[in-house]
Design a protein around this ligand. Structure first.
Ligand code: HEM
Ligand code: HEM
Length: 177
């Protein structure tokens, strides 16, 4: 379904920016915690934070993606390869919003590790099933790289529309001209 409105609705705009910030923050946090930080007490606490925020993204992000699927996208302002690429990138980003937290959770659950949510409740460890654990972690790591590439393309595209084309793309997601 495709809409022809002049801007995304208010709910879509809030959804977009809240989940965008969370996803960018989580990609940075994930790389910092798991690729940079040495083992230690800080690492344990930050892994807990990574999982808690990840669960929050699973809830907010699923609702955000469902809302987009229900409402449809606005029709592209132009046509051509750049718009086709932009649409493809939007689908990859939407997929990642769900795949990232789900694969993280599946990896922990079937890796036999519990997942807490800001100390409020804990999803207990599941049965240890090695192949699901490694598949989920493989997907988690690979999709993280795909998301970084997609976000870079997405932001470059947004900048081009704002600074070079100077068209209404920015206004469609900020609500102002
Ligand atoms: C600072 C970073 C970002 C900027 C400046 C930005 C800007 C925009 C703009 C201007 C649009 C409207 C495009 C149109 O009207 O066709 C848009 C749409 C979209 N953006 Fe972003 N965005 C950013 C980060 C992100 C991130 C991190 C994600 C995903 C995790 C994301 C996912 C999407 C998606 C899926 C759409 C399509 C409409 C929707 O479902 O919201 N964006 N973005
Ligand atoms: C917004 C959602 C999420 C994003 C963007 C994200 C991002 C990342 C990134 C960038 C890494 C480092 C890549 C690597 O080590 O290969 C990572 C690793 C990891 N993440 Fe996440 N993550 C998310 C959600 C979750 C959730 C919900 C959990 C668990 C409940 C989780 C558990 C892990 C674990 C255990 C690792 C260690 C690396 C591994 O063994 O694969 N993540 N995450």
């Amino acid at each position: 379904m495709t809409g022809v409105g002049t801007a995304y609705d208010r709910v879509s705009r809030i959804n977009h920016w809240v989940v965008a910030l969370l996803m960018i923050g989580m990609l940075i946090l994930g790389i910092y915690v798991f690729k940079v930080l040495p083992r230690g007490p800080d690492k344990g606490a930050l892994i807990g934070l990574h999982k808690s925020i990840g669960l929050l993204v699973l809830v907010l992000g699923s609702w955000r993606v469902a809302w987009r699927l229900k409402q449809g996208f606005l029709a592209a302002l132009h046509s051509g390869w750049q718009e086709k690429l932009a649409n493809l990138v939007h689908w990859v980003l939407l997929a990642g919003i769900v795949v990232m937290p789900l694969s993280g959770l599946a990896g922990s659950y079937f890796g036999g590790r519990a997942t807490g949510f800001f100390g409020l409740f804990t999803i207990p460890a599941g049965p240890k099933i090695g192949w699901i654990d490694s598949l989920a972690h493989g997907v988690h790591g690979a999709f993280a790289m795909i998301m970084i590439a997609a976000i870079l393309l997405h932001v470059l595209g947004a900048l081009k529309h704002a600074l070079i084309d100077r068209d209404a793309t920015k206004a469609r997601m900020t609500g102002r001209g």
